[in-house]
Design a binder for this molecule. Structure first.
Ligand code: EPU
Length: 333
C-alpha cells in the first residue's frame, strides 16, 4: 500500500474510532505501529519519562529509532487525525496526573551519530545535548560549550532555543530537519525565530535533527570554558534532584533574575506535598518521594506566581511546558 493509501485507510479507521471508541483506537494504533515498523508501548507514565518524575499514564507511546521512522509515524497519525505530541528527555515538561488521551512520540531513541564535517555537525534530535557539547569540544569546535551541562536532547534544546552562559543553540543552527507530510524536510535556521527560550516552531511540528555550524578554536580552551560553565551550574543549581530546570522565565528585557527575586521573597524550601522550592536555586521546583504529584508542583508554582504578582506586579511566565491531559495548541506569543 502506498503512503497516501495507508493514510486514507487509517483515516477511515480514525473516523470509526469516534463511534466505536477505545477498541478501534487501539486497533488503529496497532495498525500505525505495524505499517511504520515503529515500536508502540502501553502503560507508560510520565512519572517514568520526565525528570520531575511526576505525571499520569500515557495512552500510547511510539518510540521510533530513526528520523525517517519518526517522520513516517507522525505522518500516519496525522493522516488518521490522531492527536500526538513529542517528548524528548522530558527534562522541561510538567505533565499532569490524569491519563493523557493523546499519543506521545518519544525521540529518545532517534539518536544516530553526531556526524562531523569541517565546522559542521549533523545530529539527530534524540542525541544527548551534553554529549554533543563534549564531542564538539573534542573536535575543536566552539559555540555550544556554555550548554554543556543542560540535561536534555538536541531536539528539546532546538524546540525551546535552550541557552546558558552566553550561548543559545539557535545562534549556531544552519538547518533543522522537520517532519512534514510523513517525510524529512530541511528548513534553514534563518527561517526560524529564535527567541528567549521560545521559537517559532509550532505544536504539530516534529523536529528530527539539525546541522549546526560551529567555529574552530583550541580544544583545550573550549573544554576549559565548558568546565567553567559546568562548575558555575553545579555551584548555583541543584543537580541530581528531580527538577525541570528553571520553572519560570526571567522577566523579559528587565535584567531581573526570577530566581533571585523568589529567593528574596523568602520562598526557598517552601513546600506543597512532594514539591518544594529548591534551597539551592529558587527558580527550580524539585519533587521528592514516591507520593509526589504534578498537582503539588503546580500548586507551588501558582503560589509563587500569586506572591510575585502581589509583591512585584509582574506576571511570571512558565519556562517549563505544562502538559494537560488533552493536547492544547502551543501558546501564541
Ligand atoms: N540568585 C539568588 N538566589 C537564587 C538564585 C539566583 O540570589 O535562588 C542570584 C545569583 O546569585 C545571581 C543571580 O541571581 O547573582 C542570577 O542567577 P543565575 O546566574 O543562576 O541566573 P538565572 O537568571 O537565575 C539563567 C537561566 C538558567 C541558566 C543561567 C545561566 C532563565 C530562567 N534561567 O538563570 O537557565 O542556566 O541563567 O546562564 O533564563 C533553564 O533554562 O532551565 C535555566 C536554568
Amino acid at each position: 500500500m502506498t503512503r497516501s493509501a495507508a493514510a486514507a485507510h487509517l483515516e477511515v479507521m480514525g473516523q470509526e474510532q469516534n463511534t466505536s471508541g477505545a477498541q478501534t483506537r487501539d486497533a488503529l494504533m496497532e495498525e500505525v505501529a505495524r505499517r511504520t515498523g515503529v515500536r508502540a508501548e502501553r502503560g507508560r507514565r510520565f512519572a517514568e519519562l520526565t525528570s520531575l518524575r511526576v505525571g499520569g499514564e500515557i495512552d500510547w507511546l511510539f518510540v521510533p529509532e530513526t528520523e525517517e521512522e519518526a517522520a513516517a509515524v507522525v505522518g500516519a497519525l496525522e493522516g488518521a487525525g490522531v492527536a500526538w505530541r513529542v517528548l524528548g528527555a522530558g527534562s522541561n515538561v510538567l505533565a499532569d496526573d490524569r491519563e493523557h488521551r493523546y499519543v506521545v512520540v518519544s525521540t529518545r531513541e532517534v539518536k544516530g551519530k553526531a556526524v562531523f564535517d569541517g565546522e559542521r555537525v549533523s545530529v539527530s534530535s534524540g542525541y544527548s545535548l551534553p554529549r554533543l557539547c563534549v564531542d564538539a569540544a573534542r573536535h575543536g569546535l566552539a559555540g555550544i560549550e556554555g550548554l554543556g551541562g543542560i540535561p536534555g536532547t538536541v531536539g528539546g534544546a532546538l524546540w525551546m532555543n535552550a541557552g546558558a552562559y552566553g550561548h543559545e543553540i539557535g545562534q549556531v543552527v544552519e538547518t533543522v530537519r522537520v517532519a512534514r507530510g510523513g517525510r524529512v524536510v530541511e528548513v534553514p535556521g534563518a527561517e526560524v525565530e529564535w527567541n528567549y527560550r521560545h521559537t517559532s516552531f509550532r505544536e504539530g511540528e516534529l523536529l528530527l535533527g539539525a546541522t549546526l555550524r560551529l567555529t574552530r578554536d583550541d580544544p583545550e580552551k573550549i573544554r576549559e570554558r565548558m568546565e567553567e560553565a559546568k562548575r558555575k551550574r553545579f555551584s548555583t543549581q541543584p543537580h541530581g534532584a528531580r527538577s525541570a530546570g528553571c520553572f519560570f522565565k526571567n522577566p523579559p528585557g528587565s535584567g531581573l533574575s526570577t530566581g533571585k527575586m523568589i529567593d528574596e521573597m523568602g520562598m526557598k524550601g517552601e513546600r506543597r506535598g512532594g514539591a518544594l522550592v529548591s534551597p539551592v536555586h529558587a527558580n527550580f521546583i524539585v519533587t521528592e518521594g514516591e507520593g509526589a504529584r504534578a498537582a503539588d508542583a503546580l500548586a507551588l508554582a501558582e503560589e509563587i506566581r500569586e506572591r510575585f504578582r502581589r509583591e512585584h506586579g509582574i506576571e511570571l511566565e512558565y519556562e517549563v511546558e505544562l502538559w494537560g491531559a488533552e493536547v492544547a495548541e502551543r501558546d501564541e506569543e
